[in-house]
Design a binder for this molecule. Structure first.
Ligand code: FES
Length: 99
């Protein structure tokens, strides 16, 4: 069972989190993963300049710039195939306040 936390803080919302959520819903439906994945909205996850931000549990994958296109690809790669996409993951330097 995966649990997805899609940031709906003010910055990620302004950067398209609503469209990302719709794309995630559609991709989960298409991949027949609705019974295995819970999609939740979260508050700010401190990566505001790189949103929309998606955290996936279990594990510590925090994806940045999750456009609708990336959302569909992440469902296929990470959730369906168990193959995370390192190129789209947050780095410590992206965290708000990192120096
Ligand atoms: S508003 Fe989404 S990480 Fe801050």
């Amino acid at each position: 069972m995966y649990r997805l936390y899609l940031c709906h803080g003010p910055n990620c919302t302004a950067r398209g989190a609503d469209a990302t959520r719709r794309a995630l819903d559609a991709a989960l439906w298409d991949a027949d993963l609705l019974a295995q994945v819970e999609l939740l909205s979260s508050g700010c996850q401190d990566h505001c300049a790189h949103g929309p931000l998606l955290l996936i549990h279990p594990g510590t994958c925090r994806y940045v710039g999750v456009t609708p296109e990336r959302a569909a690809a992440l469902v296929a790669h990470h959730l369906r195939d168990g193959d995370p996409v390192p190129a789209w993951q947050a780095t410590p330097a992206m965290r708000r306040g990192a120096s």
